[in-house]
Design a protein around this ligand. Structure first.
Ligand SMILES: O=C(O)c1cc(C(=O)O)c2c(n1)C(=O)C(=O)c1cc(C(=O)O)[nH]c1-2
Ligand SMILES: [Ca+2]
Length: 784
């Protein structure tokens, strides 16, 4: 038992066959721009040399090529919608539709699906990415930005790549070490690591061709969890960290040599520090109040969706929430705070903004617009329009004109307490701040911070005009964590400025509030929503223009997040945190095939064809935002968090399941230390734990990170070295030496020992009564 707990604490992030390539260090190769590379960089791009003649013009063109990208739009056949044999990018095709034209697997034969091959990704953590398949080779990305190149027909490993990084970076990751995919272009595989390094690898060997540090400021809480996006000869990458102290931006690099083509900042900087970087930021700065807390960062991080639109040669970026959350701290005088929570279209050639559409102005609620978008062509009011289908966190289904950025449709798909509709003429929401502004006291806000939708991809089937997506209709309790006027910039730490309680039992959460606050909450209209239906979590088929549901099937619970694949043959595939992988009839939602994989699935399935055989693949693994709270219905709770790549074909075999975990054992006896701890010391320890540790350590058994109420004696002995000395940093536990002093660590430790003792007593009692141990705590609190 003790050994098992210790192992859980010290197990390296990678297990299993650690091949040489997997362990290989990522050696930077950009140092020293040699003469050869300089000449290469000076060569005019083929497009320019073809259209212009004469050496003077060629030189001029070369200079231009250095300053910007090639000026002709890359050739993409946008008349073909959906993926074919290849799955070109995490979204599948140019439209990133998660829709496949392949039909070998159909409603008639889908029952014959079985496992073709499986591959052990070697980790036991979050998996959110959709693999790419090019000409029979699968390129999958794993947590932290790992890459696996596999034979797509057999699963045989060609090479793997593990980015090496200082795991102190884990201090800046709000929502686990997620990675949402890679890009393949020009004979190269491009992956972004959690620590901000962008790696460009040789697609044949996995060798690093070049890498670049994409972060502008190492002292701020930047990380990367999103996928890089290729747009012709450039690759665009964003970053995360709006809950910390960052100012969002995306950067475009030339794929050929890693030189920077342009950078687009999503929000302005302090005007006192000089002119903004661009005219669009000069316009944006007027939407931030004069007393804006620029020192804290502002947010607007582009942490997920970046989509290249070849028809308009533009890169569309979904931007994130404001930092800190409450506008009362961030921009106390109000304002829309552009370009937070917006879709922003950027000219691929110049990096200049073409249009923007702000989906949640005046953000207070972490309602990001970073969720994946799908491009389409659609009849709207009698005219065929190029559109973006977007379902961000904020609860509306937007159909946005790709040419003008104007919203063509905006329908609520869940209960929304911050706005009760949309004015398509003005392009603004009808705010209902009276039910959502928590600056004067707690509010139950809909949708909750996990969003009506989040990173888990939707799929759009244009042949049925149907958008398939997992939707969460749930609220959360929000309140200021202190007086806005006294907010300070917490360096190297969370700066969200608000506390959020997200739980399916908001009535119980409200009951913990002081009576006057509770009475105020109960007087709100949202209280009736809580009482009527605490939450709905379901997979839906929807009409994009009306947002209306064609069919819906309930998911296992609110933590069940499901990426989706749709096929022209009328099938919708999705996983579940329960471990079930399901195929449904696109028209009715009826289940037509399923398999219990025994591994929790959140990532989107995808499909491809090699040598005439169609395959369906999915990555398994639990984690991400709210990831500490492993629900009892998760396969990961019963069987551990196996990260696997499961690939199916017609006539395949059974899916081997991981073995059940042994029954829970009572917590080990804590050391006899701090027996004389005062109630004040324990209360201090509890508060420090909530503020510093609980975002990762949910203290529930079998959650992805250790339950600190169950630590082994030798870990107790080294507690201070772990927290302050970084003893387990290699495994992802960063040092807190810059934040906590020894006496504070002692208080946390004393509280943990006290808690462990009480837990052990309760569990020994349960064991004596022959009852099962299942001591998952019910408190789901993020106190930022
Ligand atoms: O503001 C940000 O920079 C940021 C980053 C991330 C992330 O990088 O994963 C998430 C969020 N916000 C967020 O609000 C959120 O709900 C969320 C869920 C997840 C996830 O992987 O499950 N990441 C993130
Ligand atoms: Ca966020």
């Amino acid at each position: 038992m003790i050994r098992r707990v210790l192992k859980a604490l010290i197990a390296p992030p990678v297990h299993g066959r650690g091949s040489e390539t997997r362990r290989r260090a990522a050696t930077p190769s950009r140092s020293g721009v040699g003469l050869k590379r300089l000449i290469q960089r000076l060569k005019p791009t083929p497009a320019l040399s073809r259209t212009r003649e004469g050496s003077v013009v060629a030189l001029f063109a070369a200079a231009l090529a250095l300053a910007a990208c090639s000026d002709s739009a890359p050739q993409v056949d946008t008349s073909v919608y959906g993926a074919g044999d290849n799955w070109d990018n995490p979204g599948g095709d140019w439209a990133e539709s998660h829709f496949s034209r392949l039909g070998d697997i159909s409603q008639e034969n889908v029952g014959e699906l079985g496992l073709a091959w499986e591959y052990d990704l070697g980790t036991e953590r979050v998996q959110e990415s959709t693999p790419v398949v090019i000409d029979g080779v699968m390129y999958a990305s794993g947590n932290l930005g790992r890459v696996y190149a596999l034979d797509a027909a057999t699963g045989a490993e060609k090479w793997t790549f593990t980015p090496e990084m200082d795991m102190q970076i884990a201090r800046s990751a709000c929502c686990d070490w997620a990675n949402r995919g890679l890009a393949v272009a020009d004979g190269k595989v491009i992956t972004a690591a959690l620590d901000g390094q962008l790696y460009v690898l040789d697609m044949e060997t996995g060798a690093v061709v070049w890498n670049v540090d994409t972060f502008v400021d190492k002292d701020r809480g930047y990380t990367i969890t999103g996928a890089p996006e290729v747009a012709g000869d450039i690759v665009v990458i964003g970053n995360a960290g709006a809950e910390y102290d960052t100012r969002g931006y995306v950067t475009a690099y030339r794929i050929s040599d890693g030189s920077e083509a342009w950078r687009f900042w999503t929000i302005p900087h302090d005007p006192a520090e000089g002119p903004q970087e661009s005219p669009e930021l000069e316009a944006a700065v007027t939407t931030w109040s004069e007393d804006t807390r620029w020192d804290i960062g502002g947010g607007g991080t582009a942490w997920d969706a970046i989509t290249y639109d070849p028809e308009f040669d533009q890169v569309i970026v979904g931007t994130g929430n404001g930092g800190p959350y409450p506008q009362a701290i961030r921009s106390p005088g109000g304002g829309d705070n552009l370009y937070l929570n917006s879709l922003v279209a950027i000219d691929r050639k110049t990096g200049a903004m073409k249009w923007h559409f702000q989906e949640t102005p005046q953000d207070n609620w972490d309602l990001t617009a970073t969720q994946p978008m799908v491009l389409a062509q659609m009849d709207v009011n009698g005219a065929s329009r190029p559109v973006i289908l977007h379902t961000p966190k904020n609860g509306f289904f937007f159909v946005v004109d790709r040419e003008s950025g104007k919203p063509l449709a905006a329908n609520a798909i869940v209960r929304t307490s911050w706005a009760d509709g949309w004015n398509l003429e003005t392009g603004k929401p009808n705010f209902t701040l009276e039910t959502s502004d928590y600056s004067q006291g707690p509010k139950i806000v809909y949708p909750a911070s996990p969003g009506a939708r989040n990173w888990y991809p939707a799929a759009f089937d244009p042949t049925r005009n149907t958008y398939f997506a997992h939707v969460l209709d749930m609220g959360n309790l929000m309140f200021l964590s202190g007086d806005p006027a006294e907010a300070v910039h917490e360096k190297n730490f969370l700066n969200a400025g608000a506390a959020i309680i997200f739980t399916s039992d908001l009535e119980a959460a409200a009951a913990t509030l002081p009576p006057p606050m509770r009475a105020a909450i109960e007087a709100e209209p949202t209280w009736q929503w809580v009482k009527d239906n605490p939450f709905t979590s379901e997979l839906r088929a929807m009409d994009p223009l009306t947002g209306k549901t064609k069919w819906a099937v309930p998911s296992a619970g609110w933590q069940d997040r499901q990426g989706v694949l749709a096929t022209a043959s009328g099938l919708v595939f999705h996983g579940s945190v329960t471990g079930k992988l399901t195929a449904r009839d696109s028209e009715t939602g009826e289940e037509v095939w399923s398999v219990d994989t025994g591994s929790s699935i959140m990532a989107a399935p995808m499909t491809y064809r090699v040598d005439g055989v169609q395959y369906v693949a999915v990555q398994t693994g639990w984690g991400g935002g709210g990831w500490g709270f492993l629900p009892g219905y998760a396969a990961a709770y019963r069987k551990g968090n196996a990260n696997r790549l499961l690939v199916y074909k017609l006539g395949g075999g059974p899916t081997p399941q991981p073995a059940d975990l042994p029954p829970l054992e009572p917590a080990p006896a804590p050391p006899e230390q701090y027996a004389d701890a005062t109630p004040e010391m324990l209360a201090t320890g509890s508060a420090l734990f909530t503020a510093n540790c609980s975002i990762c350590h949910s203290n529930q058994p079998r959650a992805p990170l250790p339950d600190l109420r169950r630590i082994a004696p030798n870990v107790h002995a080294g507690f201070e070295q772990v927290v302050l000395g970084g003893l387990f940093k290699m495994n992802g536990m960063p040092s807190f030496a810059d934040r906590l002093d020894a006496s504070q660590v002692k208080a946390i430790h004393a509280w943990l020992i006290d808690t462990q003792g009480k837990l052990r007593a309760r569990e020994l009692q349960l064991q004596a009564e022959g009852k099962p141990l299942d001591s998952r705590s019910l408190t789901i609190l993020s106190s930022y």
